[in-house]
Ligand binder design. Structure first.
Ligand SMILES: N[C@@H](CCC(=O)N[C@@H](CS)C(=O)NCC(=O)O)C(=O)O
Length: 233
């Protein structure tokens, strides 16, 4: 069985989508990032980077295998179950390009944009503009890529689509309308129509935050340093 350390956010949904698409049994372990579970020393053995998602594969050949970073988790599962990742070298290369692009571009830019858009309490004009534009630029990259293409890589639905999609799902909530991006809009709807994707996005919907973070939650989530991150745990 796979243990899935999860909280309902775009990064959590990536792995939830993959697990649901694979149709394999898994145990969800709540990793409440608002309460600081990500700093728990026991969790750091699984993910030294204080972040969700992470998995433990208890069915690995010898000992249980821990995997952190969403890109690494997607590749690990795709290779283990031989699904959603082509085996031919060129197809594999394409999928990896878009997986790496997501974890190095769309994810961090979307994440920082979300921080300044949703949480900043001061008027941080430069930072807000910087990440808003970078997020917009990334959506533009997807728009060009999806011109005359149904899916992002290798002509089929793969982990590249699964890993990019959650950060496009929330575009409108991040103040980024998709009207000027018809290819992205079409692809977003197509992926959204998959039953496994819907099950993943609804996974523990009841844990989602419905109000701004409290002072206590802000202290846990924002502006940790190497020293304070150790103290929280
Ligand atoms: N590069 C990481 C990013 C993971 C990430 O940032 N997760 C967020 C939730 S969406 C988190 O755990 N945040 C906790 C915190 O900021 O303390 C991945 O792709 O797995």
């Amino acid at each position: 069985m796979i243990d899935f350390y999860y909280w309902p956010t775009p990064n959590g949904w990536k792995v939830a989508i993959m697990l649901e698409e694979l149709g394999i049994p898994y145990d969800v372990i709540a990793l409440n990032i608002l309460k600081g579970d990500q700093f728990d020393p026991e969790f750091l053995v699984i993910n030294p980077n204080h972040r969700m998602p992470a998995i433990v594969d208890n069915d690995a050949e010898d000992n249980p295998v821990t995997v952190f970073e969403s890109g690494a988790i997607m590749i690990y599962l795709a290779e283990k179950f031989k699904k959603f990742m082509p085996t031919n070298p060129l197809g594999r290369k394409e999928v990896l390009e878009w997986v790496f692009w997501q974890v190095g571009n769309l994810g961090p830019m979307g994440g920082q944009h979300s921080h300044f858009f949703n949480y900043t309490q001061k008027n941080e004009v430069y930072s807000e503009m910087r990440y808003k534009n970078e997020y917009n630029r990334c959506i533009g990259v997807l728009e060009r890529r999806l011109e005359n293409r149904e899916y992002l890589a290798s002509g089929e639905y793969t982990i590249a689509d699964m890993i990019c999609w959650p950060w496009v799902l929330i575009a409108k909530a991040l103040g980024q309308p998709l009207d000027e991006f018809p290819n992205v809009t079409r692809w977003r709807a197509k992926v959204k129509s998959r039953p496994a994707v819907q099950r993943a996005v609804n996974l523990h919907k009841e844990w989602r935050r419905h109000r701004p973070p409290s002072l206590e939650e802000r202290k846990i989530m924002f502006n940790q340093t190497a020293r304070t991150a150790n103290e929280v745990g």
